[in-house]
Design a protein. Structure first.
Length: 53
């Protein structure tokens, strides 16, 4: 996996975690995604694990 791909995956993971945190703080409310807040963080963690190999 190239460095560009790893950086992209880490960036997407950071955006997902930021979205989840802002949804918990009720700064950003996306009704369709509130239910999946936990899974958004799990997906972000999985992206970081994949990109760290």
């Amino acid at each position: 996996m190239s460095n560009k791909t790893r950086s992209l995956l880490k960036g997407v993971a950071m955006l997902l975690v930021l979205l989840a945190v802002l949804m918990n703080l009720e700064v950003v409310i996306i009704p369709a995604l509130v239910v999946y807040n936990f899974w958004i963080v799990v997906i972000a963690f999985g992206l970081v694990v994949i990109s760290s190999r």
